[in-house]
Design a protein around this ligand. Structure first.
Ligand SMILES: NC(=O)c1ccc[n+]([C@@H]2O[C@H](COP(=O)([O-])OP(=O)(O)OC[C@H]3O[C@@H](n4cnc5c(N)ncnc54)[C@H](OP(=O)(O)O)[C@@H]3O)[C@@H](O)[C@H]2O)c1
Length: 249
């Protein structure tokens, strides 16, 4: 039987993911930071572990991962627009601690939920598929939540550029803005435009599909709402080796 360990296990994407993984007979460990969330997570079939990412050292995170020996570690945590300090402590530094801990625990497969348009806007070229509307959305997003975007950029850059040291089998999933609609099972993936939001349930389904598709290892790709079935979208991205972070960090 397969085992997954989710950081940010009480989050909205993670709850959908937990339900889907349980339906596929996974054992799911959920790292959460509030004891009060335990009953809800247990009701979904998860095994909650109460541990704050911010408050834990790499060694402490390593021992949590080592103890449960998951086949895959998933990062779906985020400070959710908290203070700049907390955003940096979770979305950047917390993520990097978890990269190090996953590698130290000897787990290879690692999937991180990042976000669309996370890129070095000052030093790298604008993605060539962006149109004027995309640029307007990008400006709006970076003006509104720049600290969050910088934190995600720093984390993703660390993951990719230091992977010769950690040797993780990572995939970076970069969704557009998330909604709470029911999943449609259909998305647009790869080099997409920025305007469309995507259902959290569809993001969870994408994570499952990415887990089942080893040829997504080493890729970072964008996903928004669309018309392509999730299996087809993930297959296209992995067959064509589309990476929307490469050249932009
Ligand atoms: N919102 C968007 O439109 C959007 C767009 C693209 C990507 N994303 C990213 O997608 C991912 C999933 O989104 P979501 O909507 O499922 O997020 P969410 O519901 O806010 O879940 C994030 C989880 O992270 C947990 N967390 C925060 N600080 C923590 C800490 N110190 N230790 C342990 N856990 C901690 C939160 O726990 P608590 O419940 O205790 O607060 C929360 O359950 C996030 O990484 C987010 O940044 C979001």
């Amino acid at each position: 039987m397969s085992t997954a360990l989710i950081f940010g296990g009480s989050g909205k994407v993670a709850r959908h993911l937990t339900t889907k993984l349980k339906a596929s007979s996974y054992t799911v460990y959920s790292v959460i930071r509030k004891e009060s969330q335990m009953p809800e997570l247990e009701a979904l079939g998860a095994r909650p572990i109460v541990q704050s990412i911010e408050g834990s050292s790499v060694d402490e995170l390593t021992s949590t991962i080592s103890k449960h020996k998951p086949n895959v570690v998933i990062w779906s945590a985020g400070a959710g627009g908290g203070s700049p300090e907390r955003t940096r402590a979770v979305d950047h530094e917390g993520a990097v601690k978890v990269f190090d801990a996953t590698a130290a625990a000897g787990v290879k497969r690692f999937i991180i939920v990042s976000a669309i348009d996370i890129r070095d806007r000052e030093n790298k070229p604008t993605p060539e598929w962006y149109n004027d509307d995309d640029l307007a959305v990008s400006n709006k997003m970076w003006n509104a939540i720049g600290v969050y975007c910088e934190a995600k950029l720093a984390a993703d850059r660390d993951l990719v550029s230091k992977n010769h040291l950690r040797q993780l089998d990572y995939t970076i999933l970069r969704p557009g803005s998330l909604n709470t609609e029911k999943g449609s099972g259909k998305v647009a993936a790869g080099k997409v435009h920025l305007g469309q939001s995507i259902s959290r349930e569809d993001v969870a389904e994408l994570i499952v599909r990415v887990m089942e598709t080893p040829s997504t290892i080493g890729l970072a790709f964008d996903v928004v709402g669309g018309e392509t079935s999730i299996p087809t979208a993930v297959k296209q991205v992995s067959d064509e080796k589309i990476d929307t972070f490469e050249g932009h960090y």
